[in-house]
Design a protein around this ligand. Sequence first.
Ligand code: SAM
Ligand code: SF4
Length: 325
Amino acid sequence: MQLSDNHGRKFYYLRLSITDVCNFKCEYCLPDGYQHTQKQCFLSVDEIRRTVESFAAVGTEKVRVTGGEPGLRKDLPQIIEAIAAIPSIKKIAMTTNGYNLAKHAQTWKDAGLSQLNISVDSLTPHLFNKITGVNRFDDVMRGIDKALEVGFDKIKLNSVLIKEFNDNELQQFLAFIKSRKIEMRFIELMECGQTGDFFNQHHLSGDGMKTFLQQQGWVQQLRAKDDGPAQVYSHPDYQGSLGLIQPYAKDFCDTCNRLRVSAVGKMHLCLFGEEGVDIRDLIQHDEQQPQLIDRLQQAVQTKKVSHYLQQGNTGNTPHLASIGG
Ligand code: SAM
Ligand code: SF4
């Protein structure tokens, strides 16, 4: 059985948020830092296991653990282990700001993590610190070195393109991946409910970069069915590759293969969808799996053909930390 929607899209890929909390203050995400309001109760290891088991039963093969900052959860190794124990899950990826990666990379790999995305918006220390609101540049760099040493199947660096911040750094990033087996991914800034002004001032299209890469002999690679949304380019002179994510591109949603579950157990059909479908009541006992699958199948039928970001829609998403970017 395979989860699919009314527009012919099949869902192989689950993005699972395990916490909303974050210790960084990225300008485009949580510029004032994480606000502790009411006490949130995030999914337990057992709830996460049951969620992923049900998704796996309807075709999910890849899980990305995200947040907030997933590295803040003390039980992260147990979470990874629980997901890794599900036979049909072939890849477990995680997106992290990398603040404690140097310390835990080996443990996470041993638990079953196969791919890692580390967010690095700038390779210039003072700019990195300005964008993220914390002085963690050296920790993150140490984390990247450690991740390379430990030997994950894939390591990607995420950099959000931000006009007037990191728009002059392409050469620096290219030099960084010249002899490192890393996929450098540039993500166009997306507008969220709470960060509209920042978006209006700093959004930068990736089109210029795309043209430059093509002129410099970078060649676009084919996509695998469980790949994320990046267009990936390679070049014979570089060990690393380069990915470009352009959520505002016309056909961006046509190849959507992913669904999301928030840290409090709401299934989201899109990063920019509405409320989300509560599934927490159906991940309390293993026997509830058939009912949960039923709910998942009904929900995906309502997935819209596009995120309508181009029309300024931000859905109910105040910032990406709230749903898992
Ligand atoms: N805290 C972790 C991190 O930063 O890697 C994981 C969660 S974060 C929400 C996931 C990714 O979303 C990061 O690479 C971040 O740069 C990206 N992101 C956050 N807000 C964004 C926005 N408004 N537009 C584009 N990317 C964004
Ligand atoms: Fe935290 Fe990641 Fe958002 Fe930055 S992008 S504030 S690291 S959740």
